[in-house]
Ligand binder design. Structure first.
Ligand SMILES: Nc1ncnc2c1ncn2[C@@H]1O[C@H](COP(=O)(O)OP(=O)(O)OP(=O)(O)O)[C@@H](O)[C@H]1O
Ligand SMILES: [Mg+2]
Length: 306
């Protein structure tokens, strides 16, 4: 659906995007994960034809953005990082404004505003002025504005920044519904939980460069540490440990009443069953997961967020 090849962009002496390439498949949710200033918005701005690249090419549904920006604009919906709504107008009036910019015929536009407001769950608030909306509701209208011309691809730049968990979940559900309906989605964030929840494939970006990309499973393989389970028992004798070792097919590291086993959550039920068989009472369980935060730390030596 989207091919980006050797894309670069500098602002004066800042290299915002430095020779990045990636492909986004039709129907997937592709995540851009990176810290502040990584180059996420700049990349999306070039893909949305808002700014021109210095080098490289972008194809959307086979069309080159540099050669045919207007045709590309019809294919994409853009949810900007900053909310771009008129505070003194109602949600309905704002959406009318955006729909008119796309030249959508009035009757069709009214119909689309209705279905879009229904999708984002704000149909009953359509007459209220934007200034009376919460941050999360504004974010949802910001998304609605990007959908009116029925794009094939949706670019979302940090659409959940500064909102409460409930609105965030609502936005996730909207994204999942749109994706089920066939929409390809590009999603930028610096929250690894968001890409873990939403994205099929992920590009990790730092200082203008893609430092890793792939599915979550592929990315986890980049880290040498393995996932592990740690259990603490009320009491674990030397005898108990030997029995555990006999019954469990993993090598066990033990320290006082604690044991640690290399393995992921799938192994947990087996460990609990065996512990119960041996009548060992479990005091605490800890899962040490390899998450995208750990991958970022491994690849850059930095935390994803300060
Ligand atoms: N118009 C501009 N003029 C000058 N520098 C810019 C401009 N836009 C972006 N930059 C710089 O380019 C770099 C990348 O910025 P960008 O906005 O793409 O990062 P980002 O990953 O979207 O960050 P954030 O998570 O904070 O939104 C930063 O160093 C930024 O200061
Ligand atoms: Mg940004």
């Amino acid at each position: 659906m989207i091919q980006v090849q050797n894309l670069s962009k500098s602002f004066q002496n800042i290299q915002a995007v430095n020779d990045i390439s990636f492909t986004i498949n039709k129907g997937e949710i592709f995540g851009f994960l990176g810290p502040n200033g990584a180059g996420k918005s700049t990349t999306l701005h070039m893909m949305s034809t808002i700014i021109k690249s210095d080098e490289g090419s972008i194809y959307i549904d086979g069309i080159a953005t540099n050669d045919h920006p207007s045709a590309c604009k019809q294919l994409i919906g853009v949810v900007p990082q900053e909310i771009s709504l008129y505070e003194e107008l109602s949600a309905y009036q704002n959406l009318m404004f955006w729909g008119n910019l796309y030249g959508i015929q009035k009757d069709v536009l009214k119909e689309r505003i209705h279905t879009t407001l229904e999708l984002i769950g704000l149909l009953d608030r359509k007459k209220d002025l934007i200034k009376t909306y919460s941050g999360g509701m504004k974010r949802r209208i910001n998304i609605a504005a990007a959908l009116l011309h029925q794009p094939k691809v949706l670019f979302m730049d940090e659409p959940t920044v500064g909102i409460d968990p409930q609105s965030r979940n609502h936005i996730f559900e909207v994204i999942e519904t749109l994706n089920e309906q066939g929409m390809t989605i590009v999603y930028t964030t610096h929250y690894m939980e968001e890409v873990e929840r939403l994205c099929d494939r992920i590009a990790i970006i730092d200082s203008g460069k893609i430092i890793a990309q792939g599915t979550q499973t592929e990315l986890k393989e980049l880290v040498p540490t393995k996932e592990s389970i740690q259990l603490e028992y009320s009491l674990l004798s030397e005898n108990n440990l030997q029995e555990l070792q006999k019954l469990l097919p993993y090598s066990i590291n033990a320290d006082k009443n604690k044991i640690c086993i290399e393995g992921s959550v799938q192994e947990l039920s087996n460990v609990i069953t065996v512990s119960n068989e041996l009548q060992l009472s479990i005091k605490d369980i800890q899962l040490n997961k390899v998450n995208l935060e750990a991958i970022f730390l491994h690849l850059t030596g930095k935390q994803l967020r300060d």
